[in-house]
Design a protein around this ligand. Structure first.
Ligand SMILES: [Zn+2]
Length: 153
């Protein structure tokens, strides 16, 4: 999305330096993708190794002063999601934004994610429905897409 493929993470004296999107240094990114040799390589790590990496991204990256920290996770309610929540509890996260598509499978994933968030007392800020529209290939007019619903429990 930010055309950062192939960029490297550097080790500074205080930890990993995240990859900055441009010279203004107003937006930076950290991803397992930067640590892999091949961008199409799958991350086939066992739980403990993944959990250790999540911890490292939160504690060993020199994030500096942040307005927002957005953590993008794979879909689902796996051990990694629990690990993320456990590791950010101390900084009182604002909540979760769930992303879905109109397909039934995706919606049932989101239902599980809502109940996961309830169980771990993580507020749901909203739900984004991706791919809910159609972009006309002729005139590029988009009909209802990227709908954001505010979630009211
Ligand atoms: Zn059209």
């Amino acid at each position: 999305m930010f055309s950062l493929t192939g960029r490297d993470v550097h080790q500074g004296t205080d930890g990993w330096i995240p990859v900055y999107v441009d010279d203004t240094q107003s937006l930076c990114v950290m991803s397992i993708g930067f640590l892999l040799n091949n961008k199409d390589e799958a991350v086939v790590w066992r739980g403990p190794k993944k959990n250790a990496m999540i911890k490292q991204f939160l504690s060993d990256v020199v994030w500096g002063q942040l307005d927002y920290l957005i953590i993008d996770t794979p879909p689902g309610t796996s051990n990694e999601h629990i690990s993320v929540v456990v590791n950010i509890k101390s900084i009182s996260p604002d909540g979760a934004i769930l992303v879905t598509t109109p397909q039934g499978v995706s919606l049932s994933d989101v239902r599980r994610e809502v109940s996961f968030c309830k169980k771990i007392l993580l507020p749901v800020i909203g739900i984004i429905e991706n791919m809910s529209g159609f972009v006309c290939p002729h005139c590029s007019v988009s009909i209802r897409t990227h709908t954001m619903y505010m979630y009211t429990p």
